[in-house]
Design a protein around this ligand. Structure first.
Ligand code: LLP
Length: 421
């Protein structure tokens, strides 16, 4: 069973020790899982980590050591890449800025460090071309179709704001030419959690766009979106089959162009989701009508995916007394501490509350939410005056605190009350 209902250890560490030593709510990541996921993707020429999924410096450092390059979507993510030891320059580029807009700070940083840019809008081409005439860019294209586990994570099709609309490709090539920009690559990302059939369609579409741009293209990117098995019954994606589909398309393209074409992949979730756990303490067990609630010290301030997307996350109980004896299962609704009725981890898309079979538990027992390494901490907030959780990376058999828990002072930093005299 991938996700048991009772759990005593994470990456070989007793859950109770982790909670005692670092407090709750606590994110725990298993370095071995991240390294293993990176290894599975080695057949691609470049694995470029979409750090939006989890940009903790220790995670970035780990992936850098595994030979993984990185993507950045903001000035903040560029600085994180540098802080984790990524150099600005290299071939292939160690850091690529991918977005649909340049805010001024990001554009300044890109120009200052000579970073590679992947343009998702015609305006980005002009803004970059004005600053770096004669430079080189890649284009992110919206192929007109998409896929995603939620409407909010679907990044292709006409309801998506992402990428250059496929019909505007020629116009954008001309726009780049006006600035003397060479288009060195084409990138397509249609969403997260797509199935193999959709993903294969993306490969064909991406290479068709590359043909329309022409032989200046020396790299194509498959984007991210490799699915993660969040449920016991979900099947793992066949990475080798996926590689073969892209590799075949890439080889055809390279033969036509008469030069090699680099094949990149840009996963976020696939590399980190399964490495991460959110450890929380049960602070109340109560009944409302026919529903039994476990209320935790972590809510959507710590993990927002269920309330945003109706996302499913596996859950387990780590008993406070360490007992391994089986416990009766109850259907429970799991919620957090926030003053908002939607602060429920067990909900489907549209906010419909459901229950989850979980072992009998009481105050002081720990509840562990699995598959929380991607889009967990990075989407945490301070809503309701809650400090964001601490983060621990287990590496080499030891837990390392890689981000201290926020303090109440952190929450008020930078705020002032104007003098009312
Ligand atoms: N590349 C680009 C251009 C992207 O926009 C994204 C995700 C990725 C790569 C990585 O996708 P992944 O491999 O992680 O599926 N917060 C949402 C996911 C938003 C994804 C946005 N873009 C969630 O929690 O599911």
């Amino acid at each position: 069973m991938r996700y048991p209902k009772l759990l005593h250890a994470i990456a070989g560490q007793d859950v109770r020790d982790l909670a005692r030593d670092f407090g709750t709510p606590l994110y725990v990541y298993d370095a071995a899982v991240i390294a293993e996921r990176a290894a599975r993707l080695r057949r691609f020429d470049v694995v470029r980590y979409a750090q939006k999924a989890n940009s903790n410096l220790a995670v970035l450092d780990l992936l850098r050591r595994e030979g993984v390059l990185v993507d950045a979507v903001s000035a903040g993510e560029i600085q994180r890449a540098f802080a984790a030891g990524y150099p600005a320059a290299g071939d292939p580029p160690p850091v690529v800025y991918t977005a649909d807009v340049f805010d001024r700070e990001a554009l300044d940083l890109v120009v200052k460090h000579g970073l590679a840019v992947n343009c998702g809008s015609p305006e980005m081409i002009d803004q970059y071309g004005a600053r770096v005439p004669g430079g080189e860019i890649t284009l992110r294209v919206n192929p007109g179709f998409g896929h995603g586990h939620s409407r909010k994570t679907n990044t292709g099709g006409e309801h998506s704001k992402h990428g250059i609309w496929h019909e505007d490709l020629e116009e954008c090539v001309a726009r780049a030419q006006r600035h003397g920009l060479r288009i060195a690559g084409v990138h397509v990302h249609i969403g997260s959690g797509a199935d193999m059939e959709h993903l294969a369609g993306v490969a064909r579409a991406c290479c068709a766009f590359a043909r329309r741009v022409g032989p200046s293209v020396t790299a194509i990117s498959a984007g991210g979106g490799l699915p993660t098995p969040y449920r016991n019954e979900d099947v793992e994606v066949d990475v080798d089959a996926y590689f073969r589909i892209w590799d075949a398309e890439r080889r055809r393209l390279a033969a036509e162009f008469g030069h090699p074409v680099r094949l990149e992949i840009e996963p976020g979730r696939y590399l980190v989701a399964e490495s991460g756990w959110l450890v929380a303490e049960i602070r109340a067990v109560k009944r409302e009508g026919s529903n039994r609630f476990y209320l935790l010290d972590a809510g959507f301030n710590a993990l927002a995916r269920p309330i945003l997307y109706g996302a499913y996350h596996p859950m387990a109980i780590a008993p406070a007394d360490g007992s391994t004896a089986p416990r009766p299962l109850h259907d429970v609704v799991v919620g957090g501490p926030l003053c908002e009725s939607g602060d429920i981890f067990t909900q489907d898309d549209g906010g419909v509350v459901r229950s989850e079979p979980l072992p009998e538990a009481g105050v002081g027992d720990l509840l562990v939410i699995g598959c929380a390494g991607a889009y967990g901490f990075v989407m945490a907030s301070n809503y309701n005056g809650k400090p964001r959780p601490a983060e621990v990376l287990v590496r080499g058999g030891k837990p390392h605190l890689v981000r201290a828990r926020e303090t109440l002072d952190d929450l008020m930093r930078g705020e002032t009350i104007p003098d009312s005299r």
